[in-house]
Design a protein around this ligand. Structure first.
Ligand SMILES: [Zn+2]
Length: 295
């Protein structure tokens, strides 16, 4: 009789070394498949609201973090990517973003910490409770609330540290980094298809379509003939957007750089978050002649 090197117990796949490689290796395809199935319900244009998208993302998160206090400590450089891939798929759908987006930026925009960070915080919280229990004490509700608060604080700190050391320090990450706490807590400025394009630069821009998607021969602006049609060009330069720019300048001042726009959204400025109206204006002007890859 052949003995299996793995044992399934209470939904966790255990191995003789307790490194949980096999558990995470089996978990990843299930998460990818579930994320892809839910993703079909979440088209970039139209579809469910941001709240509904967060709910779907929460379903996959719950599947991913099952038993996290047990296996979080065993995560390694080899096993972390097994969690990142499905989370990126889900985060991209949750924020209506193109598939070319980086996982770190998608998570930052969605205000969702990476699962590996959440797993380590869950593990710390569980350890606090377990140690109290082992000492014969039963933590009071106040003590548990205090542990939860400390865990949230740790999570925020780790999220900021993670963004600082992100593999791709994209413009989106650089803009979000200083206002991350406000961005995550904001009750206003839901992420629409157009707004996310503006925040990420991945969308119907000559720069993106020429350099990354390879869908246009040049990155030039179809409106004014400038050499580069980018978010910066739309927000700050293109004469075709002057009327909308005037509205923004009246609201925000003359600085229309991406970090300033992100801060304005985090500060609840309606004029900026109104469906990325400046970008929408450009699409209308062009008759949507620029088409990006399918989101
Ligand atoms: Zn232009």
């Amino acid at each position: 009789m052949r003995m299996s090197p793995h044992l399934k117990y209470l939904g966790l796949t255990l191995d003789s070394r307790w490194n949980f490689h096999e558990h995470l290796r089996r978990l990843c395809p299930r998460l990818v498949s579930a994320a892809a199935a839910l993703g079909k319900l979440l088209p970039n244009v139209g579809g469910p609201s941001s709240d509904c998208r967060r709910l779907f993302a929460g379903v996959i998160r719950s599947m991913a973090l099952y038993g996290a206090p047990i296996w979080a400590e065993a995560l390694t450089a080899k096993t972390r990517p097994l969690l990142r891939r499905p989370q990126r798929i889900m985060a991209v759908r949750a924020i209506r973003r193109y598939r070319t987006a980086s996982g770190d930026a998608a998570c930052a925009l969605a205000g969702a910490p990476q699962w590996e960070l959440e797993a380590s915080v869950l593990e710390e919280t569980y350890r606090c409770r377990a140690e109290a229990r082992d000492g014969g004490e039963r933590p009071s509700p106040e003590e548990l609330a205090s542990v939860q608060r400390a865990a949230k604080h740790t999570l925020r700190r780790k999220l900021v540290e993670n963004l600082q050391s992100a593999r791709y320090r994209t413009r989106t990450i650089q803009a979000l980094h200083p206002v991350l706490a406000d961005w995550k807590k904001r009750k206003f400025g839901s992420l629409t298809y157009r707004l996310v394009q503006m925040l990420t630069g991945h969308g119907c821009f000559g720069d993106y379509l020429h350099k990354i998607a390879g869908r246009e021969a040049t990155p030039e602006c179809h409106e004014c003939g400038a050499a580069s049609y980018s978010v910066h060009h739309i927000l700050e330069v293109c004469p075709a957007c002057s009327p909308q720019r005037t509205t923004l300048v009246a609201e925000m001042g003359s600085d229309l750089s991406l970090p300033r726009v992100v801060k304005a959204i985090a500060d609840k400025r309606e004029v900026v978050a109104d469906n990325g109206h400046l970008l929408r204006r450009c699409h209308v002007a062009e008759g949507d002649c620029r088409t990006g890859p399918r989101g």
